[in-house]
Design a protein around this ligand. Sequence first.
Ligand SMILES: Nc1ncnc2c1ncn2[C@@H]1O[C@H](COP(=O)(O)OP(=O)(O)OP(=O)(O)O)[C@@H](O)[C@H]1O
Ligand SMILES: [Mg+2]
Length: 337
Amino acid sequence: MSVLLEARGVIKEFRSAAGLPGRRTAAFQAVAGVDLQVNRGETLALVGESGSGKTTLARCLMRLVEPTAGEIRFDGRDLRALPAAALRAERRRFQMVFQDPHSSLNPRLRIGSMLAEPIRVHRLRPRAEIAARVAELLELVGLPPTAAAQYPHEFSGGQRQRLGIARALATEPELLVADEPVSALDVSIRAQIVNLLVALQRRYGLALLFITHDLALVEHLADRVAVMYRGRIVEEAPNAALFATPRHPYTRALLRAVPRVRPASAGEGLREADPGASGAEDAVVSGGCAYRPRCDRASARCAREIPLLVPPAGAHRYACFHPLDPETDRNFSPREP
Ligand SMILES: Nc1ncnc2c1ncn2[C@@H]1O[C@H](COP(=O)(O)OP(=O)(O)OP(=O)(O)O)[C@@H](O)[C@H]1O
Ligand SMILES: [Mg+2]
């Protein structure tokens, strides 16, 4: 499988408490050194609690914000080294679908103009064919061609997210980054939008980076999963392996917080406390493993050293000195009858 997007050592620092009297500005790393690959055509889910840095990482990858450090390669080319014109051209190939379909569409633009613009800018169709292409894009996302003459406010939340997807597809991208694309929508229509994304991803062989809190959704659609905690990837694995044999204690805590339909034979409780609601998230951790205040396996080493992802070249990697044992700490298998 070939790598489409590759991030190495990505750091994004924010300065907090700037200008407060008596306080020095502290640099805070929302993304604290992330290595990540997205392969062509795959769906990679990025999960982790609120504030773990998922959106910030995605925005760095998309070059919507400038990372403080690190390298981001798309199809082998270093995006940070590209001159502005080349970056604009390259942008066609990776597009983002945003969480909030209300604020992400320009209210003053008719849908037809909104969809035509990227086609024109990137010269993807001759002038005379643009209107037909706009109708085609609308059809792809399940909207009638008459939508082209309307304004965003005339559509429901779910329809607006369909429009957001159509706009992302207008440039014929190879990578789609969807940041919580359904969490702002009514529960009743989330599945439709997810199914639409998955259908389009398969149809065009798109790589999809899907950011979500919803692990049930992840299990349903991801090829691989990356778990983020406090700015770092703490575990990365093929879907089935992550759910069946999580190695990082945080991943297991996340999995246990999800209400699931389990095989009766598993004989476990259905739900445990949400690991994000423990109160421990306020603990300030400097040096060592950021998860250790919440971790029942933490040792002196965890306070001294930051665990790196191991094994370095493995498909299933985890950043933990005391990983769960895949035999004795086995989770239920989601594929078991
Ligand atoms: N522009 C900014 N300036 C300062 N701090 C920021 C900025 N953007 C994000 N942060 C901080 O960086 C951290 C990571 O935020 P981010 O939005 O990336 O998390 P997230 O994983 O996407 O969370 P959520 O699941 O709630 O969307 C948070 O502590 C947030 O407050
Ligand atoms: Mg976010």
